[in-house]
Design a protein around this ligand. Structure first.
Ligand code: GFR
Length: 312
């Protein structure tokens, strides 16, 4: 069977570029959407050109021209969208409704992976304001996909290591703190962490796999289920230096939301659900879902101990 042709929408972004890389590495004919809105963003243009050099095909289309999207979608079998839903970058989750419309009109797409790659929004009905907007919007997109009967896979990638591990889960930085580390509650709640390249690898593994059709695939490999304290201990071993631990009680953490700008309030809500409530690990992966490392035991996923070495 010939390999599916894969289109990545959002291919220059933080996760999209790992997915393009994985698609090329795994030998898929890879198409990357090139939007005129890229304008003078020279970094994005150069990323696109480097993909082209590696064998990807750049295809032009705009979200303000549905016909152009339909023409692009008609050329491929699989569509993966990685449009950002992180508020301090950009948040365009609902723009995907246009893409859903185009996929529906084109009628040829065998699998659509919308922009998810975080917590499972179906499990976040109770989420706090204002952060819940992320999940509410992802659910609106899911509903549109399912109403249009589009074959799909939802990838729940949990915590990207670059945002959560390098900084030992601190919200004001992306590198390890030097002296003091804020610990959320007792610090023993388990979360799940993923190297971003592994997110790309597993995502591409799912696209031609009948076992993942119309399912949620959780990227939650057993050795990457860790508490914040385990991450901190890991770093202390690597750096040879003990950090001062400052316990943040739940009430204080939630109160800290007041007065912050909107993107930070969204972030506090998400961190609350992850590190106090344990929303990434307080359930079994059951009916209608799969876990990636069980499906693809051949993938040697990055352990966080190894990931943290980059920062030493
Ligand atoms: C883990 O799942 C998710 C994470 C998700 O489903 C949706 C969004 C996220 C966000 C996090 C919280 O908003 O992705 C990155 C992270 C963004 C963030 C990091 C926000 C505020 C911060 O101060 C921050 O510090 C590193």
């Amino acid at each position: 069977m010939a390999k599916s042709k894969v289109l990545v929408v959002g291919g220059t972004g933080y996760i999209g570029r790992r997915i393009v890389k994985a698609s090329l590495e795994q030998g898929y004919p890879t198409y990357v959407l090139q939007r005129p809105e890229i304008g003078l963003d020279v970094d994005k243009v150069q990323i696109l050109l480097s993909f082209k050099k590696q064998g990807a095909r750049l295809v032009e289309g705009s979200f303000s021209d549905i016909q152009s999207l339909i023409e692009v979608v008609k050329q491929v079998d699989v569509v993966i969208c990685t449009m950002s839903g992180v508020h301090f970058r950009s948040h365009n989750i609902l723009l995907q409704l246009k893409l859903v419309e185009a996929i529906k009109a084109a009628g040829n797409v065998k699998r659509f992976l919308p922009s998810e790659f975080g917590m499972d929004p179906a499990r976040m009905e109770h989420a706090l304001e204002p952060g819940r907007v992320t999940f509410d919007e992802k659910m609106i997109v899911r509903r549109a996909i399912e109403e249009a009967n589009i074959p799909h896979t939802y990838v729940s990638a949990n915590c990207f290591a670059g945002y959560f591990v390098g900084n030992l889960c601190q919200m004001d930085r992306l590198t390890p703190p030097k002296d003091k580390v804020n610990i959320y509650g007792d610090g023993n709640v388990k979360a799940a962490f993923m190297d971003e390249d592994d997110v790309g690898t597993y995502t591409i593994k799912t696209i031609d796999d009948p076992r993942t059709l119309n399912k949620t695939v959780f990227l939650r490999p057993p050795e990457n289920i860790l508490s914040q304290r385990q991450l901190v201990e890991n770093w202390e071993k690597l750096s040879g230096k003990k950090l001062q631990k400052v316990t943040i009680p739940q009430e204080d953490f939630l109160a800290s939301m007041k007065g912050l700008d909107y993107p930070s309030q969204v972030g506090v809500g998400h961190f609350f659900h992850i590190f106090y409530e344990g929303c990434l690990t307080n359930f079994e992966i059951g009916e209608g879902a799969e876990e990636a490392s069980r499906l693809y035991p051949e993938v040697r996923y990055t352990r966080m101990e190894e990931f943290l070495k980059l920062y030493a």
